[in-house]
Design a protein around this ligand. Structure first.
Ligand code: B12
Length: 214
């Protein structure tokens, strides 16, 4: 069985300890990097999401799976990535969060971890983050980039509201604003005046690298 298949089994069984132990042991033995394991978690959650959409599994299964991966990300993978990051010089400061009214955290956390692994300093503000919280944090830490995640059609408009609030405060040109999340698109990003959009965590790193060097 491949590493990803084995991980998927733990996720499907909501075996938090099993998944954590497996990931920790693979990292300790040098058999997989935390970045690779994060990528597998992304694939697994996409797969679980499709099963949910096809009504093959139901909401409690989804919550159980999401809780299981969240613990492994928070307690094993993120700390491992941070440890290997060492004293690396930062390529830039990125604020990331899920917009108001939306509690989906997994995709945004993956983006944050990938950015960190690629040399950015990441301030992850969590979920249901208001425009004021995004902007205040960006001002406080002197960020270059604000990343807005939205997984709900109903919450997408809050991405626009952050951009509008930046304009109201005369700060729009100070920040690179990127958006992402399953219901968003390149067109949507353009429509609300964001600087960029990415489909997944790997593209998000490329996007920010390109925008920052511009
Ligand atoms: C897991 C999940 C949950 C979990 C979330 C747990 C958690 N801690 O995150 C729980 C069970 C809590 C949940 C709740 C709800 N959910 Co939900 N959920 C999902 C599910 C299955 C997977 C999301 C996920 O984690 N995907 C895996 C990650 C890796 O992918 P991702 O999030 O898309 O992120 C990637 C990219 O989008 C991108 N990205 C993400 N953010 C950003 C940000 C930036 C800046 C960039 C550049 C890129 C980027 O990179 C990421 C990594 O590659 C999706 C289905 C789906 N196919 O997306 C539904 C889904 C998003 N949920 C949905 C709904 C409706 C809900 C609920 C309203 C309850 C319900 N009735 O089902 C509540 C919402 C409550 C709220 N107020 O937010 C709908 C949304 C429909 C819509 N378009 O509006 C979906 C699409 C399911 C469906 N088809 O019905 N959900």
């Amino acid at each position: 069985m491949s590493i990803e298949d084995e991980m998927r089994q733990f996720v499907e069984e909501w075996d938090k300890e099993g998944l954590k132990e497996m990931c920790k042991s693979l990292i300790d033995k040098g058999k997989a990097s935390p970045e690779e394991l994060l990528k597998f978690i992304g694939n697994i959650m996409k797969f679980i999401g499709e099963q949910f959409e096809n009504e093959e599994i139901f909401l409690p299964d989804l919550i159980g799976a999401a809780d299981t991966v969240k613990d492994t990300i928070d307690e094993i993978l993120d700390p491992a990535i941070r440890k290997s990051g060492g004293e690396k010089e930062t390529l830039g400061k990125v604020i990331i969060g899920t917009v108001e009214s939306d509690v989906h955290s997994i995709g945004k956390d993956l983006v944050g971890s990938f950015l960190f692994a690629n040399g950015f300093e990441v301030f992850n503000l969590g979920v249901e983050v208001t425009a004021d919280e995004f902007i205040s944090k960006a001002e406080e830490v002197g960020a270059q980039v604000i990343g807005l995640s939205s997984l709900l059609t109903m919450s997408m408009d809050f991405q626009r509201q952050v951009i509008e609030e930046l304009k109201n405060r005369g700060l729009r040109d100070k920040y690179i604003v990127i958006v992402g999340g399953a219901p968003t698109s390149e067109d949507w990003a353009e429509q609300i005046g964001a600087d960029g959009w990415a489909d997944d965590a790997i593209e998000a790193v490329e996007l920010i690298n390109n925008l920052i060097t511009k």
